[in-house]
Design a protein around this ligand. Structure first.
Ligand code: IMP
Ligand code: MG
Length: 189
């Protein structure tokens, strides 16, 4: 596998998550917080972000599939795995790896709001810029990145590379000469 370049290093990710975790700790002091990771991508972010939150949080997961047709997401989302618990009256924080078209989140926010949580907020490690998306507030933002396909730190290409410790831009240019390309896992050393 070839990585064109490292966009965000493992150290930069941890520093950002520490900041986000501090803000979450401050904001949810004295309340009970349920952090919900959106599978599969967010399993890595949730694991690290939760450990930067100095509160006895609960965690849960949801899995959804979005149907992408052509260059635009259709906006159709299906729940593959629902939450294990009720969220009525709870302080809920959705944790995402990346917001691209925003269709997945728009659907999730609407679906979860119906269940009447006390509060419903959103944290995302990555937000793609220059993408037209429906408006919703993102209370805890990680990095704004260009509209390129990225892998690593939970993000996959064809279900692989979620275990890269950094966020990389995948080399999709088959004309790149072999001396220019690097093995993505060696880059992690
Ligand atoms: P959205 O509904 O378009 O915002 O899609 C969000 C989902 O698409 C994410 O949770 C990812 O699974 C996937 N996705 C979007 N952009 C990328 C990318 O650059 N690399 C890998 N997965 C991506
Ligand atoms: Mg994916």
């Amino acid at each position: 596998m070839k990585v064109a370049r490292i966009l965000i290093s493992a150290e930069e990710i941890q520093a950002k998550l520490a900041e986000m975790g501090e803000a979450i700790t401050r904001d949810y002091q004295g309340t009970d917080l349920l952090m919900i990771g959106i599978l599969k991508g967010a399993f890595v972010v949730l694991a690290d972000l939760a450990r930067h939150v100095r509160l006895p949080v609960e965690t849960d997961f949801m899995a959804v599939s979005s149907y992408h047709g052509g260059t635009h997401s259709s906006g159709l989302v299906r729940i593959l795995k629902d939450l294990d618990q009720e969220i009525e009256g709870r302080n809920v924080l959705i944790v995402e790896d990346i917001i691209d078209t925003g269709h997945t989140l728009k659907y999730l926010l609407r679906t979860l709001a119906v269940r009447k949580p006390a509060t419903l907020s959103l944290a995302s490690l990555l937000i793609k810029d220059d993408v037209e998306r429906p408006h919703f507030d993102i209370q805890y933002e990680g990095f704004h990145i260009p509209n390129e396909f990225v892998i690593g730190y939970g993000l996959d290409y064809d279900e692989k590379y979620r275990n890269l410790p950094y966020i990389g831009v995948m080399d999709t240019d088959s004309t790149t000469s072999p001396t220019d390309v690097q093995d993505g896992f060696k880059l992690a050393d």
